[in-house]
Design a protein around this ligand. Sequence first.
Ligand code: ADP
Ligand code: MG
Length: 777
Amino acid sequence: SVVAEGILRRKSLQLHNKQEDWQESSEGQKMQEFRRSLPAYKERDALLDVISQNQVVVVSGETGCGKTTQLPQYILESEIDAARGAACNIICTQPRRISAMAVAERVAAERGEKLGESVGYKVRLEGMKGRDTRLLFCTTGILLRRLLVDRNLKGVTHVIVDEIHERGMNEDFLLIVLKELLPRRPELRLILMSATLNAELFSSYFGAAPMIHIPGFTYPVRSHFLENILEMTGHRLSPFNQIDNYGQEKMWKMQKQALRKRKSQITSAVEDALEAADFMEYSPRTQESLSCWIPDSIGFNLIELVLCHICRKERPGAILVFMTGWDDINSLKNQLQAHPLLGDPSKVLLLACHGSMASSEQRLIFDNPEDGIRKIVLATNMAETSITINDVVFVVDCGKAKETSYDALNNTPCLLPSWISKASARQRRGRAGRVQPGECYHLYPRCVYEAFADYQLPELLRTPLQSLCLQIKSLKLGSISEFLSSALQPPEPLSVQNAMEYLKIIGALDEDENLTVLGQNLSMLPVEPKLGKMLILGAIFNCLNPIMTVVAGLSVRDPFLMPFDKKDLAGSAKAQLSARDYSDHLALVRAYEGWKDAERHQSGCEYCWRNFLSAQTLKAMDSLRKQFFFLLKDTGLVDSMESCNAWSHDEHFIRAIICAGLFPGICSVVKKEKSMQLKTMEDGPVLLYSNSVNAQEPKIPYPWLVFNEKVKVNSVFLRDSTAVSDSVVLLFGGNVSRGGLDGHLKMLQGYLEFFMKPALAVTYLSLKRELEELIQN
Ligand code: ADP
Ligand code: MG
């Protein structure tokens, strides 16, 4: 150990000399000058002091003040200066791959090094880390997985958890694990960093840990809401915030009509503006109504309109556009590239900023373009806090973001765009004021902004617990309810209980809460367990194609559009697709297949028009299906498209698999003289949502409906449903492994008796007896 100490001392000395050489070089001095200009620098000594005195510290500061790139570096430098360089081991987590990589590259450059020397990174399937790497940037998921095999984080001296204000599932998850670890590692330092000012919450979670705020400076940014934007771009309309007032409303409608009449002027942008105006007229004003009302897409033409306006009329400065996801960014980029002004490379530099871009493209985002060229960056909400582009003066905010769902293995985003919070909107706006006063264009009316939630709900409280419980089990973190009760904001115990019971019913957990083989497979699929089960059964029973379509449809959103004023037409179009087979899910399959077919003949758009379908949703389903297939291939359940589709055209089979997935979402159909009554075991009588094909049917010639979702308004409504026969329920409903065959039969028998189908129960009993004999022999 004397030898080891000697080596350590020599290495520390080397690090020290190298650092000094760099700091004295002319390039190094330039870099030092820049670093000293950042607001974090003024707090350097105070930060280092508090960190050395306390096990946990919470640091907050305006985005761009130097938390991510500077603070870990301050720690590294001070350790090196104290000749402890070779003994320190700093880990800094980032919620996203791209920020882990970008930040590591930047910090290495600031230290005059290549990646993989003293600074490195590690993300899933990729990394740049050497034997002497002392500061490692990694994703939160990577650290979580390391904790599985190395419970005490042996050798690690500092853990820095960045961007905790985002309240991602992984970060909340990690905090639970670290909180439990700290007493066992008294010399380990934990630093939590956040952009916004809810530091108290984190501080009190760690027993009143000290908080340090880095004061920053940003220039004021002016907000323009949709109403101002329309006026600014020459679509003069009355003030919207007062349209509740009847006189105003009338005037507003007249103006809109007048605008529509000027046909010659109706460009695609005006169309979008008008659509936006309609949108405002119907737009809800409360948070509650907002949450169940999300427009289908962002108006690309509206974005185009705003970008043109800025390029023509406004002062120089880069534009940052916040979009929901990679798909949208790509389509918008294509559209803009065809535009005479925005697509002209001598005037506009159009860039995309997303999770998997190459680092050469990444650098362009940070570089200043040549004089006279305007930089436009299309980004996801990643640019909200993790990445700072200095020359941004204009921000365009679509008001939506894709909320990510928890998926430890793939980090696959959940597919629903939803409204952002007021805090996010403010954060987006702030990105415009880095170098001079800025402007922010919100593509939604002020009344919608007022209805936003103050903060986004933490992911832990908005993702279905069934998936989360499955993850905790697969990560072997012990008792689920105990684990979750120590979260920053724990979910309700009852919801945890319900989730566990549900997982047992579908066969993902056994009675002792152990993961079953099915459960293990489900935890690897980035969809709700019931949909995952459908996928797995679809693969096993060789009818994967239609089942992937059903699951994609149920996890994106309904591609069937029901416009307010054309409900009847839309309804009959859907009924036609369903071809009287009493299934919304089969209608979905036909709609998708019809669209694919039409696409091959370049008539996809027309097909969508005719059948009231959303092309955007169908496209999203298409890409999701591809992902499903690769994931199933990864798990070894399928090997080729051909081999798992032998039964894909057998409608009975598809129904059976849908039933297997949706059970216990089941209701009985009781025929009355002129009508029928629907009943579930938990709710009693229920009704069908008017969009369902089954709602139009006076009589359903099947004894059961299986459904995906029920909503309680005044009565309980079932959304999509599929009619199934007795034998399908007998053979595919529920989980045969629960409590052995016996338990399964008992449960089904209970169901059948409840629904007063004694004959069926008798069949069941005899089936059971036969099986028992069979087993005994
Ligand atoms: P914070 O984490 O507080 O939001 P950062 O540490 O990420 O701030 O960034 C501090 C500053 O460093 C930014 O304002 C920006 O000027 C600069 N910076 C960060 N990354 C890069 C980069 N890749 N290239 C050039 N400058 C960068
Ligand atoms: Mg940061």
